[in-house]
Design a protein around this ligand. Structure first.
Ligand code: ADP
Length: 187
């Protein structure tokens, strides 16, 4: 299965994507994680992404798109994938369409994990204390929520019109949400 997982920052996409990927035996591809790994390794890609991530802004499409295109072309993604954090803009939707058309493998489902804003801000502040991610300060969190609402929320409608969208309630325990996701996906 080829799945895109969407949802606001703090909705639990990363955590859930790992579980669903394990269950479906497909790779979990997270653009945020790839950026963070590059940042930690001090690669040119990481250096480029750093200032955007630290401000809660999206990394420019030309950087992100080519990174995703090469990752999806790797052999482990041939049998399916969970894409977490991409696409995030309408332009990226078009790019993903092109990449997948080139590979001859269209998307099967897009899952939106829905969440209450106050709850996700609280979760992110808590994670900031525990893990100290550079983009988890309160000001940056607010910016990330706004950027999500402006740039990513419109994708819900795009995928809904294509008949690909599933909505899953992200509130509740981690296991409850995983169970809902697997049910929604028929897995
Ligand atoms: P979040 O907790 O906001 O879902 P992610 O770990 O998915 O965070 O992403 C962290 C940061 O990496 C984003 O705020 C953004 O700067 C960058 N990023 C991740 N995916 C994309 C993308 N598809 N396009 C542009 N920037 C991205």
């Amino acid at each position: 299965m080829r799945i895109v997982l969407m949802g606001p920052p703090g909705a639990g996409k990363g955590t859930q994507a790992i579980k669903v990927a394990e269950k479906l035996q497909v790779p979990h591809i997270s653009t945020g994680e790839i950026f963070r790994a590059n940042l930690a390794d001090g690669t040119p890609l990481g250096l480029e992404a750093k200032r955007y991530m630290e401000a809660g802004e999206y990394v420019p499409d030309e950087v992100t798109n080519s990174m995703v295109a090469s990752r999806l072309a790797e052999s482990d993604a041939a049998g399916g994938f969970i894409l977490d954090g991409y696409p995030r803009t309408v332009a990226q939707v078009g790019e993903l369409d092109t990449i997948l058309a080139g590979l001859g493998t269209p998307l099967d489902k897009v899952v939106e994990i829905t969440a209450n804003t106050d709850e996700v801000v609280a979760r992110l502040l808590n994670r900031a204390q525990e893990q100290g991610r550079a983009d988890d300060t309160e000001e940056v969190i607010r910016r990330r929520m706004d950027v999500y609402a402006e740039q990513t929320e419109p994708l819900v409608r795009v995928y809904s019109e294509r008949g690909l969208l599933l909505k899953v309630d992200g509130m509740g325990s981690m296991d409850e949400v995983t169970a809902r996701l697997l049910t929604a996906l028929g897995a």
